[in-house]
Design a protein around this ligand. Structure first.
Ligand SMILES: Nc1ncnc2c1ncn2[C@@H]1O[C@H](COP(=O)(O)OP(=O)(O)OP(=O)(O)O)[C@@H](O)[C@H]1O
Ligand SMILES: [Mg+2]
Length: 475
């Protein structure tokens, strides 16, 4: 068990370091420095080392030498991660046009970095060579296999904190109240950019009095890993509280639903679907079509394509919030009401709100950052170059990071950034036990103790980079 934890931690830092190397290689500015050969070699070595980790897990419990090797690897990965942070900073200095002495400083930083980079490359090469001697079996998919347990999001929502969505909520409830074909589930997808408030809107509808009158309401968090059996079982377990059902096969899942659905009015929310495969989506739909029942299904997804594939009525596109609503959210999160210089802050605050692109998550995150800042810092943030970087506030794809989120991330203390980056090893929606997470941060030497960890979690929750989960954990 200890070995497994050590490997998970090592995998995590190896992944973080590998990601940093890959992203540095993807930036053309770096190539001018002729570091790309070092970076490329380190990235390749990182990949071959990562492929050994699965087998190392099995062997680390039995062999002290393997445990020590993992420790060395972990330390090297942390060093590389730090070095890549220096690399980014040095790059920023060097690419800025700074006259005189600053040029010298930048050149010196570059030399130090070149030295560090050479050392790290050699150290990593040695670790890899030692690893090869253990004759571990190579696996290429270990990192993807890590932490793939997921749990559903929760249907509970604090309605007073949700602003500007009354209209959207009414439109959804009206659409669902329209006539039903008996035998076929009515599927209404809500689609829109990440953080736009799709799940929140679904929660508002789910908790509306109209749906509380239904025989059943079911909330399923689907997640990036689509598993039809799991979805079916989740629905069945929420419909048949207390009664154990046999759901060993998909056939039995269908049968259970055939028994449970007829004569019932049921609202099902399938939150956060990423599956694009039309065949799989069809199977899901047909699982919910039951004769003699009235099934309303709300799906949330970032993708318009998925929405179109799964819908039975025209999908609902969730539009951005108005700028003044984003400003209201910023006011809440920045604790604006307690500020003494409201008049001066308001204009800058409104300007920042406009830059949130109507995305509530962005407004929350930036509001939290503004909480501890003075007028000068508010202006500084408002004038940051990050806002000018291209950001895609549309629904075509979902990978672009909003400038306001980038800003929140950049303004984090380095320790907090490291702790947050570590969370990238968990899939979206994963329930993370708070104490376990803190222990892992401590084990990685990111932080010193429990209270420091609690403080980090509080800050990440405040910025909406983590969310409370239904269990005593964060996600
Ligand atoms: N109208 C709103 N007013 C205030 N806060 C909101 C509003 N809508 C959403 N939020 C907050 O914004 C954050 C993101 O919302 P939510 O999780 O619903 O987004 P999403 O569109 O489902 O994102 P994803 O695509 O990542 O699943 C949450 O913290 C939520 O509480
Ligand atoms: Mg969501």
């Amino acid at each position: 068990m200890v070995g497994a934890v050590a490997v998970s931690l090592t995998s995590a830092v190896v992944k973080i370091a590998g990601d940093k190397l890959s992203s540095a290689l993807g930036e053309p500015a770096k190539l001018a420095w002729k570091f790309n050969k070092d970076l490329e070699e380190m990235k390749d070595t990182m990949e071959s080392v990562a492929a050994l980790l699965q087998d190392a897990e099995k062997q680390s419990g039995k062999k002290e030498s393997v445990r020590l090797w993992l420790k060395r690897l972990k330390h090297a990965a942390v060093d590389i991660s730090d070095m890549m942070d220096d690399y980014q900073d040095t790059d920023a200095h060097a690419t800025a046009e700074i006259p005189g002495i600053s040029h010298l400083t930048a050149a010196l930083e570059k030399m130090v970095l070149a030295y560090k980079m050479k050392n790290m490359r050699e150290k990593l090469k040695k670790i890899n060579e030692q690893g090869q001697k253990f004759n571990f079996t190579v696996s290429s998919s270990h990192l993807e296999q890590l932490h793939c347990d997921e749990h559903e999001t929760i249907s509970v929502v604090n309605e007073v904190e949700i602003l500007g969505r009354d209209g959207a909520k009414k439109e959804i409830t009206d659409l669902l109240s329209a006539s039903h074909t008996k035998d076929q589930a009515m599927v209404l997808p809500i689609y829109g950019l990440g953080g736009m408030g799709k799940s929140t809107l679904a929660k508002l509808v789910y908790n509306d009095t109209q749906f509380k009158k239904y025989d059943h309401r079911v909330w399923v968090y689907v997640s990036q890993k689509f598993d039809l059996m799991k979805i079916g079982r989740s629905i069945i377990s929420q419909l048949s509280t207390g009664v154990q059902q046999n759901t060993d096969t998909l056939e039995l899942v269908h049968q259970c639903m055939n028994d449970l659905f007829p004569g019932k009015k049921i609202l099902i929310v399938l939150d956060d679907i990423w599956e694009e495969n039309e065949f799989k989506l069809k199977k899901l739909k047909s699982m919910l079509d039951k004769t003699g029942s009235m099934i309303d299904v709300i799906v949330t997804t970032r993708s318009e394509g998925i929405a179109n594939k799964i819908c039975t009525i025209a999908p609902y596109k969730l539009e951005p919030l108005k700028d003044n609503i984003c400003w209201d959210i910023i006011k809440i999160y920045s604790e604006f009401k307690d500020k003494t210089n409201k008049g001066e802050l308001r204009k800058t605050g409104l300007d920042i709100a406009k830059k949130c692109g109507g995305v509530p998550l962005a407004a929350q995150a930036i509001g939290y950052v503004l909480k501890s800042k003075d007028l000068h810092e508010w202006s500084d943030l408002n004038n940051s170059d990050i806002w000018n970087e291209s950001s895609r506030v549309d629904n075509s794809q979902h990978e672009e990071v909003l400038p306001s989120l980038k800003l929140s991330y950049e303004r984090m203390l380095p320790i907090l950034r490291l702790c947050f980056s570590y969370c990238a090893i968990f899939p979206k929606g994963h329930d993370i036990n708070e104490n376990d997470l803190i222990c892992q941060w401590v084990a990685l030497d990111f932080i010193k103790n429990l209270s420091e960890g609690k403080e980090c979690i509080k800050k990440l929750l405040g910025m909406s980079f983590l969310h409370h989960s239904k269990l005593l954990s964060v996600s």
